[in-house]
Design a protein around this ligand. Structure first.
Ligand SMILES: Nc1ncnc2c1ncn2[C@@H]1O[C@H](COP(=O)(O)OP(=O)(O)OP(=O)(O)O)[C@@H](O)[C@H]1O
Length: 444
């Protein structure tokens, strides 16, 4: 009582700091059971750790819950430790097993979370809710996991995530111009090797590609080849099945580092271009809703994420503004109609690279002939195919289809080459008769 208030405050603060120095860590214990009921927080923490922290652990526990929508879960084994960080705070999780206070005969698991004492408020007020939210979206994602097939047979999938990625396409079997192939390979290697560079220039470690071209020119095959080349997981997102911006946000957040996020046929997914034109913003001359969206993107995400999915939602998604996750992400969008896309989606920085995949050219044809028929430069029909491909359009898919229909022996290869020549000649003739009709494929 003899000390003035300022001095008392100062002493209290010094005393607190001293205590923190003496015992710098706080530990939170989360039991598996609270009495006889399962503790939801324990469940959520297990799901969260399985998804974000223990994937690289030397030892993991696999758990299968009969009848659950989560067939196999990745868990932290008993008496193991793993680390996490949140807002720069180092957090150590360990799993332990001990005697339950209520079920005396049974041992019960618990998770221990240790962190520097001074971050107690952040951990309880922000990290714990973050875990619950993350666990919820991971479960949502797992429920909606569908096997993605190249034929698109199952159209109700939302996306496909790290199950075994077994598409055989690779950059060497892809029939594209060799210069383009080398360029894509170099670009990908530069991207994955530049973690420090992205951090230094203050950008998220992500890159976006737009693959465009007529159907059957290898857009999907290139996506698979890129994923195989980088050994990345593939997340396939069907925007038409995503109901709200919030859901899109969650999907993005549940992707893991080292993944390719694919949105196919972006022009069909959302009528973005039309939506932009319809909603002219009645402000100053030349100001459209587009400029508002772009202004908004330079700031922070403030609008209601519960809204039905919108252009701004997709733009945020592309810019990675929503993602609180770290690690490298490659986003690939495909379209048959790039002219239908809003320029806002295509501007540099948002779409880093546009890759045109077109009808088969001589160099690409050689790759197909070598792969499918083991036929090389020396084949007698090669020169004629080269000349015809310069005049008429045929996609790699159409050529591959003809090759697949022939036997793989020597006579089969000759017959396949002849069939391609016949088809090209037929198309050239057809074009000569009706020059407006550019064969089976039109409207690139
Ligand atoms: N450039 C290519 N190199 C090798 N094979 C190709 C190529 N383009 C197409 N194909 C073959 O054709 C099939 C269809 O190709 P793909 O699905 O990659 O085309 P796409 O451009 O994605 O078509 P869409 O626009 O209709 O989705 C593939 O399974 C592959 O066998």
């Amino acid at each position: 009582d003899f000390f003035p208030e300022e001095l008392r405050r100062c002493l209290r603060s010094l005393f607190r700091r001293l205590l923190t120095r003496l015992d710098p860590e706080t530990t939170i214990i989360i039991h598996e059971y609270d009495g006889s009921t399962v503790d939801e927080l324990h469940n959520a923490a297990e799901v969260y750790l399985g998804h974000h922290c223990v994937a690289d652990a030397a030892t993991v526990r696999l758990f299968m819950d009969r009848g659950s929508s989560r067939p196999i879960a990745l868990l932290l084994p008993d008496c193991h430790t793993t680390n996490d960080t949140f807002r720069g705070i180092p957090l150590r999780w360990s799993s332990d097993i001990g005697r339950s206070s209520t079920k005396a005969s049974k041992k019960q698991r618990h998770l221990k979370l240790s962190f520097p004492r001074q971050h107690r408020h952040v951990v309880s007020s922000f990290y714990m809710p973050h875990i619950l939210k993350e666990a919820e979206s991971i479960c949502l994602m797992t429920r909606e996991r569908r096997l993605y097939t190249n034929t698109h047979a199952n159209d109700d999938y939302r996306f496909w995530c790290p199950a075994p990625f077994a598409h055989p396409s690779n950059l060497d079997t892809l029939a594209i111009d060799p210069t383009l192939r080398d360029d894509i390979r170099a670009d990908l290697l530069r991207f994955v090797g530049r973690q420090d560079y992205y951090a230094r220039v203050g950008r998220r470690w992500k890159r976006s590609y737009l693959l465009y071209g007529p159907p059957g020119t290898g857009k999907t095959s290139l996506v698979a080849a890129i994923a195989n080349f980088l050994e990345f997981d593939v997340f396939h997102i069907d925007l038409t099945a995503v109901d709200s911006n919030l859901e899109l946000h969650r999907l993005l957040d549940s992707t893991t580092p080292g993944s390719v996020i694919v949105v196919e046929d972006i022009d069909c997914s959302l009528d973005l271009g039309d939506r932009m034109e319809e909603t002219e913003y009645d402000g100053a001359e030349g100001t459209t809703i587009l400029s508002c969206v772009l202004d908004f993107m330079d700031g922070l995400w403030t609008s209601s994420e519960e809204e039905a999915i919108s252009l701004s939602g997709v733009l945020n998604f592309v810019d990675g503004l929503w993602s609180s996750s770290v690690g490298e992400r490659l986003m690939i969008f495909t379209t048959n109609h790039p002219e239908r896309l809003d320029p806002a989606l295509l501007r540099p920085g948002r779409m880093d690279r546009q890759i045109h995949l077109s009808y088969c050219q001589p160099a690409a044809f050689r790759v197909l002939a070598r792969n499918y028929l083991e036929v090389g430069e020396e084949h007698e029909l090669m020169a004629e195919v080269d000349a015809l491909l310069k005049e008429v359009n045929m996609t790699p898919a159409e050529i591959a289809e003809i090759f697949m229909g022939c036997d793989g022996d020597g006579t089969g290869a000759d017959a396949a080459m002849q069939k391609v020549v016949d088809e090209l000649r037929r198309r050239r003739l057809k074009e000569a008769v009706s020059p407006d009709d550019d064969g089976q494929l039109s409207g690139e």
